[in-house]
Design a protein around this ligand. Structure first.
Ligand SMILES: [Zn+2]
Ligand SMILES: [Zn+2]
Length: 425
């Protein structure tokens, strides 16, 4: 196969190269082996293009190590250094691999940390204790800063080390991040219908990058290990003229079936903020395994009023019907948002490789459960009734239809409260 890839590409003059590469890439992507061979060819011939054509997504698991080994010359380089050394494709490929397969980087974490403190942070994801000793050593020996600029630098490096401890995603890492992290002296609480800062008498400690919270003597994970992607019906794709190129990522057509849910359409609750109709997100009649929710629950929002930087809360009755709570922010509607297209969606169990997702891959990120992909920084909401941090339940991202970047849904099962947060760029 590699022979024919090379023949095909070398038959084109420079000016046709991008076009021929584009056509070839599109044809090759459904074939994991051929995708690996083309990617290797691009890494070895970096002078013709500066893109890896997003091929890491399409390479099979068994070829990732080989791709990694071939990209290693760029490891520890900054983007600028890679550019100057003609290793840009290897550099981008390492970036992609750090998100797709962080474990490949575990033997190199100290090198990465020493050489380049900014880049390839995802390489630390789920690494456990293996790099803790060096990070602790770093945190224990921070220099005492002199000027303002140096102060800022020390602060930034300290935060990077703390983030990596969080990303190691194990109890020891959380303990260390808490030990070396800033004290959290206040927490938010609702008093007289207002969120106010109060002293943190329960010693709650939130690690928002890790999605865990220390409360009542133990660490609580704010997201579930169970995760189900929305598999939208084929008809929904056909409404788009770009469906072939836009939805080629396998995350749009994951196999399996853990139930079917109603998605989109008009809401029933009505929006108490603008006084107009509400919009249905989805209904859970039965909780899929591992999702801690007492069903049924109907999730609704107002696609107009949710456009703020605070969540919209709703309390749900025994039948699941939401009662949207008036927000402190009042809006005059100056446009009428269309409800999301109504359809039935299959819940497909999320494969490991899509458990953590990062914006920018044209992946399907709409799902129930799992870990949120934050478009902005992490923001786990608090329940306005009991004050506890809510469980992350669902995210719906732009893609198949317009939803103004991303909608995050949180749930407090004891209070039957939902929070819908819209984050946009
Ligand atoms: Zn509204
Ligand atoms: Zn609650």
């Amino acid at each position: 196969m590699l022979g024919s890839v090379v023949d095909y590409l070398s038959a084109f003059e420079e000016k046709d190269y991008q076009t021929s590469l584009g056509i070839l890439t599109k044809r090759i992507k459904p074939d994991p082996r051929a995708s690996a061979e083309l990617l290797l060819y691009l890494i070895e011939n970096p002078e013709k293009t500066s893109s890896n054509a997003g091929l890491v997504e399409f390479v099979g698991e068994s070829d990732l190590e080989n791709i990694f080994q071939n990209s290693l010359p760029a490891l520890g380089m900054s983007r600028k250094e890679a550019e100057e050394s003609g290793l840009m494709i290897a550099y981008i490929t390492l970036e992609d691999l750090s998100q797709r397969a962080p474990s490949l980087f575990y033997p190199h974490l100290e090198t990465l940390w020493q050489k380049s403190k900014e880049d390839l942070e995802e390489a630390w994801q789920d690494c456990g204790t293996i790099h803790h000793a060096q990070l602790v050593n770093f945190l224990e020996n921070l220099p005492s800063p002199e000027g303002q600029e140096e102060k800022f630098q020390v602060y930034a490096n300290r935060n990077r080390a703390l983030r990596r401890l969080e990303m190691s995603n194990c109890t020891q890492g959380f303990e260390l991040a808490k030990k070396f992290g800033a004290p959290q002296e206040t927490v938010l609480s609702v008093i007289d219908d207002q969120w106010v800062s109060v002293p943190n008498i329960e010693n709650i400690y939130l690690l928002e990058n890790a999605g865990v919270e220390w409360r009542a003597g133990q660490w609580h994970q704010l997201y579930t290990a169970a995760s189900y992607h929305f598999r939208f019906p084929e008809e929904a794709f056909r409404t788009r003229d770009d469906f072939e190129s836009r939805f080629e990522n396998p995350s749009w057509r994951l196999p399996g079936n853990s139930g079917e849910i109603r998605f989109g359409g008009e809401g029933v609750a009505g929006c108490t903020i603008c006084g107009k109709e509400s919009h249905h997100l989805f209904t859970l009649d039965v909780a899929p395994p591992g999702i801690p929710i007492s069903t049924p629950v109907i999730f609704e929002t107002c696609l107009h009023c949710m456009v703020s930087n605070r969540p919209m809360y709703a309390r749900h009755d025994a039948a699941g019907k939401p009662d949207i709570w008036p927000s402190y922010q009042m809006f005059e509607r100056d446009y009428e948002p269309e409800p999301l297209p109504e359809m039935n969606v299959i819940l497909a169990p999320t494969p490991t490789r899509f458990f953590r997702q990062h914006d920018g891959y044209e992946q399907n990120e709409s799902r129930i459960g799992g870990v949120p992909d934050w478009v902005q920084g992490p923001e786990y909401e608090q329940c306005p009734v009991c004050g506890k941090r809510m469980q992350f339940l669902s995210q719906i991202h732009n893609g198949l239809f317009y939803i103004n970047t991303a909608i995050y849904v949180f749930w407090c099962n004891s209070c039957r409260m939902s929070a819908v947060l819209n984050t946009y760029t």
